[in-house]
Design a protein around this ligand. Sequence first.
Ligand code: PEP
Ligand code: MG
Length: 759
Amino acid sequence: MDIAWFEELRKDDVSIVGGKGANLGEMVNAKLPVPPGFVVTAEAYRKFIKENGIGKKINDILTKTNVDNSTELQDSSKKIRKLIMDTKMPKKIEDHIIPSYKKLSKMAGKKEELVSVRSSATAEDLPGASFAGQQETFLNIKGVREVIKSVQKCWSSLFTPRAIFYREKQGFEHDKVLIAVIVQKMVNSEKAGVMFTVHPATGEKDKLIIEAGWGLGEGVVSGTVTPDHYVISKNNGSLVDKEIAHKELMFVRDKKTGKTVKINVPEDKADSQVLTDREIKIIAELGKSVEEHYNFPQDIEWAVEGDDIFLLQSRPITVFYGEEKEGDTVKEAGQDVLVKGLGAAPGIGSGEVKLLFSVEELDKVLEGDVLVTSMTNPDMVPAMKRASAIVTDEGGMTCHAAIVSRELGIPCIVGTKDGSKILTDGMKITVDGSRGVVYKGITKTTKEESEKAVAAAPSRIITATEVKVNLSVPDERIAGKMALIADGVGLLRVEHIILGMGRHPMDFIKSGEEDRFIDQLSNELKIVVSAFHPNKIVYIRTLDAPTDEFKSLKGGEDEPYEHNPMLGWRGIRRGLDEPDLLRAEFKAIKKLIDENYRNIGIMIPLVHHPGELRRAKKLAIEVGIKPHEDAKFGIMVETPASALIIEDFIKEGLDFISFGTNDLTQYTLALDRNNANVAKHFTEKHPAVLKLIERVIKICRKAGVETSICGQAGSDPSVVKKLVEYGITSVSANPDAVLTVRETIARTEKLMVLDKLRG
Ligand code: PEP
Ligand code: MG
């Protein structure tokens, strides 16, 4: 049997149509609302492999592959996949697929219906052996030829590097795992998301979680979109908790091409609740029915199209709860919290931080390390398996890192926003995946101790020296929270936003899409500026990313190679060489000024000559910004040159300066801040660095220019103490350090007053 319709299948048919296919059959038969479709069976795949004699070739390649060697693994995968794609599908199989697709189209009243083509490996989705997300899925496929091609692509995806690696490590024989392919009517949803019928991180059985985003479900499933999060009590169906996310992006079907495209969420929908209370109720009820039907907690994908609610997929939740022993938690929790995020996979893991940003670096992660990255992707699975814990900047409960970590039983925290900025290579940390907190150090102790420490958060204290916060990723929730405890934003790094667009900024400009770039940037900046409006100033720093960071972006191929990017084409030097880009950044800021946001400071990075400040201001004026009037205008003091001739900058006209001690230390001590070999010499407390800082503060004070600090040293109490003594106007710390820094400042100020009184 090469084809089976959902109606013909039951949950026991895993060996014929894979877990996913069997589930769909079971759901259709349980009268759950599933879009119609059929499955190209595992048998069809077996025939294909056998009749063409490629099964043996595949085996030969695999026996020679050492899967722990990333390069070998990738090479073998490529060879096998090419072999499968280059082989023609036997006519017998085609003759089953074509009429079935036509029938499906006819059922929808169309000549050619859009379908999804999904892989379903035959051991897939069984508890304890989930291959979820390992094989490929193709959406919005139309026409017989395309369907057939996509089926073949699904077959070949049985041999992606990660699938091979996973089978090898889990002890599955490659030729025992077959693949079926599901062909199903596409739902063109207005809203979609996922649902867990128990709390996926804590295992609470009386709670059901729904995550929802606008448009098609891909955004939520892949973690690209931060979804609304609803918690429903399974006992009485009430909504226990909800978090309405700021939804920036959505996936929709392009009317012309039928392809899925990513677009910005219309403004009026970005902050509104995706599901109505009624829809939440219905979806939750469906979730309960599915769970009851299978008698096991389920992880379900759902979609809403018009008045219809569909269940697209359901699989058992493959998390193993209860591994965390009573009393097994972290020592001195709350004293040294480095990063917080969403506790996505329970348990505690300690080790050395390994930042991972590309597949080439996989070997860097050794057994027991903590893998820290912006977001994991499927190719990182080999390294994830070696990790004792995983921390990511992005993602929700359903992102790749969350799903895979839960499955692998590795504690994981996602959505830390800036975890990979704050955690640095080699740092020894402990990750509490249940609470979503990363602590400094590796020690463990009892539960009560940690709870006591967490409860002891310092209260709000008024200080004469202002305490600001550094923000990198504009997030409404964080910005909102920080606006309550900080006196402004001392550094908003635009490079995070810009690099996060995934496309080189000059690529936008050169292809005539400057406006898109400006709109995106402006929208992101607004998240922070509006949170601190009206009277807390946000220092927006213009782009300062070294050339190497642009390389991986679309359009970044032509970035020059530099031997030492830290001393290279970055900061204002580059901005002035590429005035179109700097102007575009200013235009994004101008948009906010035009919306009457007057709490903006423009900060120019890496200046070493007053002429740079003059030229930057000139460009700002060109786009209609009146420096000092519409927005404060200032510089980062992060080169010794700027510190030594600060008087000349003041003459040029300055509202403020901010010390970038990361760079100032690097350039004063001649130490590459990214070079671990010399890291032991790197200290902002070096007398030469402090001397430069003291000099600038004193001169600025006399001239009425505000002084601040936004380098890492601003989060170090021992440096902060000195800065207050020198007379700094404000200190900008990392979000987690704001309260501690405020305490340090309060104590220092009091001591200074006492000293004075005591003579
Ligand atoms: C600094 O140099 O201290 C600074 C805050 O800027 P960045 O770390 O982004 O170079
Ligand atoms: Mg700097």
